[in-house]
Design a protein around this ligand. Structure first.
Ligand SMILES: Cc1cc2nc3c(=O)[nH]c(=O)nc-3n(C[C@H](O)[C@H](O)[C@H](O)COP(=O)(O)OP(=O)(O)OC[C@H]3O[C@@H](n4cnc5c(N)ncnc54)[C@H](O)[C@@H]3O)c2cc1C
Length: 490
């Protein structure tokens, strides 16, 4: 049974940060368009966008070493780090504009210095080079470096207490942030629905088919009562997180052929012991172990969720064939298609280090996990920490002319050539870059409207289309303004 007579203008599948961001943009650009959101679960932001399913780092490459690997000749280029920071600035501006208009409370984001912490001569030499490459970049202004235990103790006492006098080094960027992406997602959906978008919870989209008229027909199953229905839409965004691959495959668009997904699960240690929480006010990233995927870099974080502060350490990577935390054991085998089996086998062949790493992480006892924490915080005691399960990250596997298939740790927008359907695969840098990723979706899927939309988008994101790092004064001004509006200055 069809649910609507006329096709809806926009259907967003999934109640996470990506759909919330895209819906917010489209509603402002085309207030007359009908928008409906389908979410399997009983609330929005319960999968990766839930604050306890991710680390809440406002990824600006201030502290994450994986955005600045050392080249074979020993050089360290700042380009990728600058590009990640530029992307985060677009998200910050969008959030600040909504906050300025009174449409977004700012409690979802908190100032939290971002630090990098390394041990041993080789890693210290590398961090020194990284600092030298970044310290004069406008978007990294204020970054500090030290090898002095006393200085690092002032920055983050828990790193030093109980530590022998070994060689260590750290950088500290005071402009870092901790972001509660769940609170942000909920706030965006609140405004979306107040302004007329329709949110249907407990509704799973089972499949997507092209209609003769060129629209998309979605088959929807009500999980709590109700009858199954179909709905037609002119534009569909598959913001289903780990569920996106299956849905895009069901649409049979050419562009999804050859893509596969490799799920990596994660666990964190968490403590809310007030004595410990009071001693740590930073997100401290270390160096990844050999074979570890880039997003498994260990970090000891301040987290502020629903106004409560805790500390988080991890992630400990693991493997589960599920594509969503509340997904199905058949997700991975069910995603295999004749078109992606080759790339998937090539990835398995070329990533034995990763497979070994995941197996060792899966087998790691609680005592081994605690030892990893003690490398950061020598005085950590088992009884203070509980192990929590985070979200699933489905890494993108795709065809590659040379290798047959490659594993990719970024995100990938897959869109039909006619722009009528798009979806997001992959997980990193993730929620922090939701705004530039959704701008990419808009530009690719609505080329005819884009020119007329640009002025309105620039009101929300003034530096869209330009780079801040090349304009030091503008960068300083934008950083200061957004910090002020978002309550990031004390
Ligand atoms: C362990 C971990 C740590 C992370 N750390 C960070 C970090 O520090 N900083 C950062 O910026 N990002 C981080 N990320 C990434 C970030 O969490 C994600 O990129 C982001 O939340 C993805 O948002 P989304 O809207 O695409 O997906 P989700 O938030 O997963 O939302 C997808 C929604 O779609 C629904 N859905 C799925 N299938 C269907 C269907 N068939 N029908 C209807 N609904 C469906 C799901 O129930 C879910 O609610 C992390 C992720 C993980 C897993």
């Amino acid at each position: 049974m069809s649910d609507t007579r006329a096709p809806l203008d926009v259907v967003l599948i999934g109640g996470g940060i990506m759909s919330a961001t895209l819906g917010t943009m489209i509603q402002r650009l085309q207030p007359d368009w009908t928008i409906r959101i389908y979410e399997t679960l009983g609330e929005v932001a319960q999968e990766s966008s839930n604050p306890w399913n991710n680390a809440g780092t406002g990824h600006a490459a201030l502290c994450e070493l994986n955005y600045m690997p050392e080249a074979a000749d020993g050089s360290v280029s700042p380009d990728k780090a600058i590009s990640i920071n530029e992307q985060f600035q677009l998200s910050r501006q969008f959030w600040a504009s909504l906050a300025k208009r009174g449409e977004l409370p700012t409690s979802f984001i908190n100032p939290t210095p971002h630090m990098t912490f390394v041990r041993g001569d080789d890693d210290i030499a590398y961090l020194r080079k990284r600092y030298a490459a970044l310290k004069d970049q406008p978007l990294f202004a204020g970054m500090e470096y030290s090898e002095d235990h006393r200085v690092i103790r002032q920055w983050a006492p828990l790193l030093i207490k109980g530590r022998a006098r070994e060689p260590i080094a750290a950088t500290r960027a005071p402009s870092g942030t901790d972001v509660d992406f769940g609170a942000l997602t909920r706030a965006l959906f609140d405004v979306l629905t107040e302004r007329g978008a329709e949110l249907r919870l407990n509704c799973r989209v089972k499949g997507i088919r092209r209609t003769r008229e060129g629209n998309w027909r979605l088959k929807v199953k009500h999980l709590v009562g109700g009858t199954p229905h179909t709905v037609d839409a002119r534009f569909v965004f598959v913001g289903a997180g780990g569920g996106a691959l299956h849905l895009l495959q069901s649409s049979r668009i050419e562009e999804i052929k050859g893509f596969g997904g490799f799920p990596i699960s994660g666990k964190f240690f968490r403590t809310s012991n007030p004595k410990l929480v009071a001693q740590h006010q930073a997100k401290v990233y270390g160096k990844a172990a050999v074979g570890a995927p880039p997003m498994s870099v260990p970090h000891l974080d301040t987290r502020v969720v629903d106004g409560q502060t805790s500390l988080l350490f991890g992630p400990y990577a693991g493997f589960s064939p599920k594509f969503l935390k509340r997904g199905s054991w058949s997700d991975l085998p069910g995603s295999v298609r004749p078109g992606n089996v080759g790339p998937m086998l090539a990835v398995a062949r070329d990533n034995l280090d990763l497979v070994r790493y995941l197996i060792s992480e899966l087998l790691a006892s609680r005592a081994k996990k605690l030892r990893a924490l003690q490398e950061f915080m020598p005085t950590a005691k088992d009884e203070d920490w509980e192990l929590i399960t985070a979200g699933q990250r489905v890494q993108v596997m795709k065809k590659d002319a040379k290798r047959g298939g490659v594993l990719q740790f970024g995100t990938e927008v897959v869109a039909a050539a006619d722009g009528s359907i798009a979806g997001l695969l992959g997980a990193s840098p993730g929620a922090s870059t939701a705004v530039p990723i959704m701008l990419d979706v808009l530009q690719r899927c609505f080329p005819q409207q884009w020119a007329s939309w640009e002025p309105s988008l620039k009101e929300l994101i003034p530096t869209m289309g330009t780079t801040l790092n090349d304009h030091p004064e503008r960068a300083a001004q934008v950083l200061a303004e957004t910090a002020e509006v978002l309550g990031l200055v004390h």
